[in-house]
Every structure is written in C-alpha cells, then in structure tokens.
Design a protein around this ligand. Structure first.
Ligand SMILES: Nc1nc2c(ncn2[C@@H]2O[C@H](COP(=O)(O)OP(=O)(O)O)[C@@H](O)[C@H]2O)c(=O)[nH]1
Ligand SMILES: [Mg+2]
Length: 372
C-alpha cells in the first residue's frame, strides 16, 4: 500500500532524495541526525535499532530525552503533500477474542505481499502495573522475526493518555521508517478503545461467534467506533458466527443512516460499517477482510473523509493533551494542594457549593484574573 520504497538491507537508500532537509532536520544535533538518518533509510538492521532507540527516547521520562525526542518527532513529520504515509489500522476486542492471533495472521498475509507492517499496542493494564493483557509478543512469534515487520509492545508507564501519546508518537516513527501499514492493538474495554479509534484511519472490532446475544452492548460500542466488525473463531461454530453476522449487520442498518445497500436511497459515497466472519487461527477470511479494508480506504480517500478524520484527530489530540497538562499543573500547584482537602470536605458536608469551591481553587491556581 505504501508508495514509498522499502529500505533495502544492503543499500543505504536516502528516502528524501532530491529534497532539501527541512529546518527541523537541519537543526538536529549530530547524534540525533545520525539517528534520524538511520530511521529513515539505509541498512535494515541499523534501522530497526534506530527505531527502537528513538521510541525508547520518547518513552523516557527524563527531560533531556523528551527534548531530543521532540526534535526527532518534528524532523520525522512527513513533508507536506508527501505520498506514502502509512495506513493506520486499530484492532480491538475483549481479551481472548483473538486479536494477537488475528494481527499475526494478517501481518504475515501482508508481508508476504511485500508490505512492511508495524504492530504497536495500547494496553492500559501495563500502565497500572497489573501486568500486560495485550503485550503477549509470543503469539506473534512468526511475524516478529520477519524482516518486513516491526513489533513493539505497549509503553508501560503513566496514565492511559500518556500511554496513548507514546503510541501515537511511535506510530509516527514507524511511518517515517517506511512501514506502510501500522496496526494498533488494544483491549475492548473502557477508554483505550476510544483512544485507539482516535489515532487510526480505520477501527476494527473483533467479536466472538456468540456476539449477537448481547446486541445492546454491540450497538453501543459498534455504532460509536467501529468501521468494521469481525466475527472471529468462526471455525468453532460456523452457524453461530453466521447468525451473529446477520444480527449485527441488521442492527447496524437500523441505526446507520442509508446503510442498507438494498434500499433505493442507500448512499454509496459514504462508508457504512460492515460485518465479516473469519478464523484467525486458520487464516481463513483474510483476503475478504483485506478487500474490505481497501474498499474502505478508497472510499474514504475519494470522499475526503480520510483527511478530515486525521485533521480532526490531530486537533482533538492536541486539546486532549492540553487539558491533561493543565489538570496536572493544577493538581500540583502548591496553593491548590494546600486548600483542596478542606474545600473538598466542605463540599462533601454541603457547606460550600461545588461550583464555588471550583472557582476558589481555580483562582488559587491562576490568580483572580485567570480563566475561571
Ligand atoms: N478456534 C479458534 N481459536 C482462536 C482463533 N483466534 C484465536 N484463537 C485462540 O484464542 C485464544 C486467545 O487468542 P489471542 O490472540 O491471544 O487473543 P487476544 O487476547 O484477543 O489477543 C488463543 O488460545 C488463540 O489460539 C480462531 O480463529 N479460532
Ligand atoms: Mg493479545
């Protein structure tokens, strides 16, 4: 899918041939320029190491590492209008539904067709120190050793927002390294789904063959986020999988506007979520899945939704991080920390109104002129 040539193992192919380095690239200090050059081209092994090193820098909490990572990230942004940006695919579903098995099967299917595939993860459990529920790298044993694949487990520190931020940044590094397809795995419970849907071009929800039994839950999750629903493990119970597919399809058509191709007013210029069934373990149904992905990509590109979605995601993300940063700063403010326990108690007792307490605390943080 990527129109950018994959770096060869033996030749140092400069990826930006003919283009003058942007100021962000030209201003990099020498060691980071070397890192940048290794990430964007040249020897495959050196590139792999440089990607890992860059991601380690951006996951670091040391301020000097953060400063270097910021410089590198800006340098790695694609030049305006430059083709070959990666397609970002989000995969979600409850633990055990087969995400890792599916991603490995799909990844192998793609690398065999000459694609370069990066796999990243957003795992909120690793952030809480409770052990990873996604970072099960062993399940991608075959993909992880493939020269056209790069697999990185979830960053393991900070809030969900922090973990998601680092994954977004790692995604940029992989894109700059010429990986045409970036797959992000996350677990289908809670906020991590929303975070990954907000950083990918297409969001896929994996379901078990008995998924149709809980249509309410599906309706909620699916209509908000999923571009495609996949019933996995169809090999276990073909009948149940087919039934689930029919149930979810009709639920989606009831909700989605003009979402039924059999109706005269069906709008073919916009994407309507589809439902497929497959078996990740047997590798069956992957061609059909990938054809659906390509149909999605073509349609979204043609109608402009692809670009709009990315712009909206970037802007939403910027504000999300600003909000998180302000809240963090607020909570750390000495005057706020001093006054908070008593005010919280007073709100609890009912002697101070919640809005009054909030205003007082904001004034303490900002001074009376600040925004309240
Ligand atoms: N029968 C069957 N088992 C599967 C399929 N896909 C995954 N599994 C099994 O389901 C279990 C959980 O798979 P895994 O990929 O780790 O799920 P994840 O937690 O969603 O990443 C493993 O034992 C897999 O071998 C499938 O299509 N059919
Ligand atoms: Mg997994």
């Amino acid at each position: 899918m990527s129109r950018r040539a994959a770096p060869k193992a033996d030749a140092g192919v400069p990826p930006r041939e003919g283009a003058a380095p942007t100021p962000a690239i030209a201003n990099l200090p020498a060691p980071d320029r070397a890192l940048f050059d290794a990430v964007t081209g040249g020897d495959a092994l050196a590139q792999r190491r440089a990607i890992a090193k860059t991601i380690t820098l951006l996951e670091s909490t040391l301020p000097e590492h953060r400063a270097r990572a910021d410089g590198l990230l800006n340098a790695l942004l694609p030049a305006r209008g430059q083709p070959g940006r990666a397609f970002r695919l989000g995969i979600s579903g409850v633990p055990g539904v087969g995400k890792s098995t599916f991603i490995e099967a799909l990844g192998l299917f793609l690398v065999e067709r000459g694609e370069r595939v990066a796999v990243l993860a957003v795992d909120p459990s690793s952030a809480l120190g409770g052990g990873s529920i996604l970072g099960d790298k062993t399940r991608m044993e075959r993909l992880s050793v493939h020269e056209r694949a790069y697999i990185r487990p979830s960053p393991a520190s900070g809030t969900l927002g922090g973990v998601a931020e680092k994954t977004r940044e790692a995604m940029r590094v992989c894109e700059a390294a010429g990986y045409g397809i970036v797959i992000v795995e996350t677990v289908g419970v809670g906020q991590s789904e929303t975070a990954v849907a907000g950083m990918t071009d297409m969001f896929v929800l994996l379901q078990l063959p008995n998924a149709g039994d809980d249509l309410q839950a599906i309706k909620r999750g699916v209509t908000e986020l999923a571009d495609l629903v996949v019933i996995n493990k169809a090999d276990l119970d073909e009948t149940a999988a087919t039934r689930a597919r029919a149930q979810i399809t009709s639920a989606l058509r009831l909700i989605g506007l003009h979402g039924n191709p059999e109706h005269a007013h069906h709008d073919t210029t916009i994407w309507h979520p589809e439902v497929l069934q497959l078996s990740a373990i047997k590798g069956s149904g992957l061609e059909e899945f990938w054809r659906a992905v390509q149909r999605f990509r073509d349609l979204q590109t043609a109608n402009g939704a692809f670009e709009r979605r990315r712009h909206a995601q970037d802007e939403a993300w910027m504000w999300e991080r600003i909000d998180a940063g302000l809240r963090e700063r607020f909570r750390r403010h000495p005057a706020v920390r001093a006054a908070l326990p008593q005010l919280a108690r007073q709100v609890h007792e009912g002697s101070v109104a919640a809005s009054v307490a909030a205003r007082r605390l904001l004034e303490l943080a900002n001074g009376p002129q600040g925004p309240a």
